[in-house]
Structures are given as structure tokens and as C-alpha cells.
Design a protein around this ligand. Structure first.
Ligand code: GSH
Length: 225
């Protein structure tokens, strides 16, 4: 089998890149990784040349598998699930699987306030508490999702004993909750702490630290340590 290549944005900042990387790690599939420097002309307009070379949208992540070129985090996770069915990247139980897809879709298309106001920077840790009502309401929703799933499936992952695409999708939110010291319920805080201590996250974090340099084109993100 041709080895898939996953194209990733800057690891400290690219929340979307994290998601398929974790799903591929959980799948056990062998893959190569290519880092795309997004801090370049055209950033924010999906016009970075290196990103356009990897993905027709000019956005990463993207996955190349011979002639097959995929873009979009969720499509790549679905591909990984089909390539490695025994990894159960979606829960085995039909009801749990449907629920997992619902929370993943909610993440993929929602949480716009948190995404805009709590920009992703996995190395940053600040105390920030003055969130607007819409952001607070999304934080409550996030807490409800995490604590509800932990209660229903028993943890430590969102759907029980093994990681799924749902965890891959919510890891960047766990980093944001940590970065901005967001108050969470005990249950949701325990999920945040658990998932950020898993070997896969620590591997990503170490690679991000090694790669890190200031992201000069992100005007909203001028605090680098
Ligand atoms: N819906 C896409 C979003 C991908 C995305 O927005 N990627 C950002 C990095 S996190 C990007 O490549 N931005 C390039 C730009 O804005 O120029 C997915 O799920 O993969």
C-alpha cells in the first residue's frame, strides 16, 4: 500500500491539523507527515502557495495517497476509519456511533465563538475570564458534551475505554480550555487533563515545541510565551 502523506499546518496553532493526525495515530496506520509553513504571504486568504500545492482549498490538513488527494479534517478521519476498521475510530455500538458523529459534526460546523475568541495556541497559558455571553454559552455546551459523555460511557475517553474520532475532534478544544484557564466542571476538567496527558498529545506537543517560532501574520496572537 502506498504510504499516505498528511500535510499539516503549524503545530502550535493549527487546530484543524491536529484532528486527522490524532485519528491517524489512533488508527495505527503508517503515514508520513509534511509540515506546511502557513506564516507566509496569502495566509488568511487560503492563498499560501505551499498550502495550495497540497490542497485545492488552500487550507490544510490534506492527505495524499498516491493519486487520491483529500482535504478537510473530517473527510481524512473518515478515510482513516475505512482503512483501519479494526481500530474502531467510531464506536462499535450503533447508537454510540450516531452520537459520536453528532458531536463531531457539532464541532466541525459549530463553536464559532470559541474558535474566534480563544484562538488556538497550544503553548500559551493565560488567565482570561472576560468572555462575552455567546462565548460563555458555547463553553457551557462544551462542558455539557464532555461531562454528559463521560457519565454515559464511563470515560476516560469520550466514548469509553478507547479513543475515537470524537476525541480527535475535541483535543484542540481541550488545549483552548487550558490556554485560557477556562473554569470547567470537575468532570469536564478531568477529561481536559486526561486527554492532554495522553502519549499521542504529548508527542504532538513535543513536535510543536521543536517546530515553534512566532507566527507573525496572526495579528490577534502577539503573546508568544
Ligand atoms: N474545514 C477545514 C478547515 C481547515 C482550515 O481552516 N485550515 C487552516 C489552518 S487551521 C488553514 O489552512 N488556513 C490557511 C489560510 O487561512 O490561509 C478542515 O476541517 O480541514
Amino acid at each position: 500500500m502506498t504510504k499516505p502523506i498528511l500535510f499539516l499546518g503549524n503545530r502550535t496553532y493549527s487546530s484543524w491539523s491536529m484532528r486527522p493526525w490524532f485519528a491517524l495515530k489512533y488508527s495505527g496506520l503508517d503515514f508520513d507527515e509534511i509540515d506546511v509553513e502557513l506564516d507566509a504571504d496569502g495566509y488568511g486568504q487560503a492563498q499560501v502557495q505551499a498550502a495550495l500545492a497540497a490542497s485545492p482549498t488552500g487550507r490544510v490538513p490534506a492527505l495524499h495517497m498516491g493519486e487520491l488527494k483529500l482535504w478537510d479534517s473530517l473527510a481524512i478521519c473518515e478515510w482513516a476509519n475505512e482503512q483501519a476498521p479494526s481500530a474502531n475510530l467510531w464506536p462499535k455500538d450503533v447508537g454510540a456511533r450516531a452520537l459520536a458523529r453528532a458531536v463531531v459534526c457539532e464541532m466541525h460546523s459549530g463553536f464559532g465563538e470559541i474558535r474566534n475568541n480563544l484562538t488556538c495556541n497550544i503553548r500559551r497559558k493565560v488567565q482570561e475570564q472576560n468572555w462575552n455571553a455567546a462565548t460563555l454559552s458555547e463553553m457551557e455546551r462544551l462542558d455539557d458534551i464532555w461531562s454528559g459523555l463521560l457519565a454515559q460511557f464511563g470515560g476516560p475517553y469520550l466514548f469509553g475505554e478507547k479513543p475515537t474520532i470524537a476525541d480527535a475532534f475535541y483535543i484542540p478544544m481541550a488545549t483552548r480550555m487550558r490556554t485560557y484557564s477556562v473554569s470547567l466542571s470537575t468532570e469536564a476538567a478531568s477529561y481536559r487533563d486526561f486527554i492532554l496527558a495522553t502519549p499521542e498529545f504529548l508527542e504532538w506537543e513535543a513536535a510543536a515545541a521543536k517546530q515553534w517560532k512566532p507566527f507573525t501574520r496572526a495579528a490577534h496572537d502577539t503573546v508568544y510565551d
